[in-house]
Design a protein around this ligand. Structure first.
Ligand SMILES: [Mg+2]
Ligand SMILES: [Zn+2]
Length: 192
């Protein structure tokens, strides 16, 4: 594999990085990382991956919380990550509701297109990790490889079926990170 292009991983946020809630995550206090998820991001970073988040945040469009609250949640995440030597490059989010009919609300691929433009990367074969079908559909629309985690809504999503072809299932983000990095080693190490 050519190493000219930096390696990227694109993550959904709620239900992948932090615990999800049917009542929306509205404050920094409600933003609680899933056990091992921040460590997993740090592990990905150490293996040379740049991690970007793509997240639907319709709670803004619904008036449930302000941009300032979203920024405060992400400050909490960045600080907690920094303590572990980890880093998320950026959080791309859609603030709209379904009624807005925007181009960025997943399963539409607008957030992914924004990521590709911002970092000047081709997203083909970049892993996308989500707990909902729409996360995977948005990624697959731009050529990403779909990975479902069982955390958040993941177990329900898996039970419903209809996942994009080639979707791999992992217990959580930590299991995904281990799997991805083990694959890197398998490709790079000469056969015994
Ligand atoms: Mg989610
Ligand atoms: Zn949008």
């Amino acid at each position: 594999m050519p190493q000219s292009q930096p390696k990227f991983v694109i993550l959904d946020r709620d239900g992948v990085v932090n615990l999800d809630s049917d009542h929306f995550i509205k404050t920094p206090d409600e933003w609680v990382p899933i056990t091992g998820s921040l460590e997993a991001i740090a592990t990905l970073n150490q293996a040379g991956y740049r991690v970007v988040i793509a997240s639907n945040q319709s709670g803004i469009g619904r008036g449930l919380f302000e941009m300032s609250a979203l920024n405060a949640m992400h400050e909490k995440m960045y600080k907690a990550l920094a303590n572990l030597g980890g880093r998320v490059e950026a959080v791309f989010f859609c603030p709209h509701t379904a009624a807005d009919n925007c181009d960025c609300r997943k399963p539409k691929p607008g957030l992914f297109e924004q990521i590709g433009e911002r970092f000047g990367v081709e997203l083909r074969a970049v892993p996308v990790v989500g707990d909902s079908l729409r996360d995977l559909e948005a990624g697959v629309a731009v050529g990403c490889i779909p990975h479902l985690v069982r955390t958040g809504k993941g177990a329900k999503t898996l039970a419903k079926g209809g996942l994009p072809a080639g979707t791999r299932v992992h217990d959580d983000l930590a299991a995904f990170a281990q799997w991805l990095i083990a694959g890197d080693h398998a490709h790079k190490s000469p056969a015994p």
